[in-house]
Design a protein around this ligand. Structure first.
Ligand SMILES: [Zn+2]
Length: 393
């Protein structure tokens, strides 16, 4: 099995569902180029206006669109546009972070100060933690249970409040290099969501030792016919507007969004795991933990992920991105590992076993007790850009 990188960004061939063209360019980069050349964004915006016209509540009796919201820069920007440019009445819905931060809470509260209605769903923490611990051990996916809830719990609110229009942020598969079949479609269905976002794991399988059906109300996924009956429109902002995280950051700052400086002071953590100071501030610990597992399994981490977006946007060069990837990708959560162990009732031995279990030995090697990308692969593939790594993991 050959291991190689996209010749434009830093995504490796081990990334799930990625594809490459004959020039060695990944589908995420290909899509980034198409977005500037082939997509009629004016027509897409008109499509959005029509959708808003279809769902808008004009008599003041209800909200008309749900914005799943972490309190991050993207949800700020989307909520503002829906309200002020499209005359909608958004209800912002957040699923609680496992380990909240002061700056994340402030950014969320500030949205209410800016005139938005918010709901925060805090699941039963015993169930939330038990399910997450299982996902860490069995799938190596610390955010699997949270990511499921930001679909299923949001749908529960949509059904309960009779708001069939749901506007997410970016569609990550097409945006970052994955399945492309939904890049050209405005609305997603249940099967596609289970297959793509939940890695084929339906929420019904969560019911097992110690977790009963009654504990899973926030993870109960309605059937497709129930969603059809309600006329659900489950869509992403990135379908209607070229996804530009820096533009969102600039507009969020105008609304009082705070970057990481507060996090470092008030939460006792200096920027870790990445070079940006404005991403995943509501739950940086779990986000960084999740990307560490991604690094162990596939050989790319949060540095590569964020640098690849910036390379595609022309904000940094590939060479600058490689330096950032080398610096941040193998960051092993050392500054907040104790928080994670406490949250999920794991011992240090459990942690070490979990890390060693997920480390992909075909691409990683352990140096000074820490898993690193093997030296011959370490982004030094510009020369011949592939290496035989045997069968992989
Ligand atoms: Zn690429």
């Amino acid at each position: 099995m050959n291991f190689f990188y996209c010749k434009n960004c830093l995504m490796p061939s081990t990334r799930p569902r990625i594809t490459f063209d004959e020039e060695g360019i990944c589908n995420g980069c290909d899509w980034a180029k198409k977005k500037t050349t082939c997509i009629d964004w004016e027509a897409r915006w008109k499509e959005l206006e029509q959708l808003c016209n279809k769902y808008r509540c004009t008599d003041g009796t209800n909200w008309d669109v749900i914005v799943p919201c972490s309190g991050g820069k993207d949800s700020y920007s989307i909520a503002w546009s829906l309200k002020n440019r499209l005359d909608m009445h958004p209800l912002l819905v957040k699923v609680s972070a496992h380990i909240p931060t002061t700056v994340g809470d402030k950014n969320m509260r500030n949205l209410a100060d800016q005139g938005f209605d918010l709901i925060e769903i805090t699941p039963n923490m015993r169930t939330y933690c038990a399910l997450t611990k299982r996902a860490i051990i069995e799938q190596g996916r610390p955010q699997q249970v949270f990511e499921t809830a930001i679909t299923t719990a949001i749908l529960k609110i949509a059904v309960s409040f009779k708001i069939p229009f749901i506007m997410y942020g970016e569609e990550g598969e097409s945006e970052y290099g994955g399945k492309m079949d939904m890049a050209e479609k405005a609305s997603k269905n249940r099967n596609w969501i289970v297959e793509t976002y939940f890695s084929g794991v339906d929420t019904m399988s969560y019911e097992s030792d110690g977790v009963e059906k009654k504990d899973l109300k926030w993870w109960a996924f309605p059937r497709q016919d129930e969603l059809d009956e309600m006329g659900i429109c489950y869509t992403h902002w990135s379908y209607f507007q070229d996804w530009n995280h820096l533009m969102h950051y600039e507009s969020a700052k105008k609304m009082g969004f705070q970057p990481v400086t507060s996090l470092s002071v008030e939460d006792g953590v200096v920027g870790f795991g990445t070079y940006t100071d404005y991403t995943s501030l509501d739950d940086p610990y779990m986000r960084t933990f999740n990307t560490y597992l991604m690094f162990l399994k596939f050989g790319f981490g949060r540095g590569s992920h964020e640098a690849s977006s910036d390379i595609k946007r022309g904000i940094i060069t590939r060479e600058e991105g490689i330096k950032l990837a080398k610096k941040y990708d193998s960051y092993d959560c050392i500054h907040f590992r104790e928080k994670l162990l406490e949250r999920f009732e794991m011992s240090r031995k459990d942690w070490d076993q979990m890390v060693d279990r997920w480390a992909n030995r075909a691409i990683l090697e352990k140096t000074d007790g820490r898993w690193q990308l093997r030296k011959e692969l370490h982004y030094a593939l510009d020369i011949n850009n592939y290496a035989d790594i045997g069968k992989g993991s």
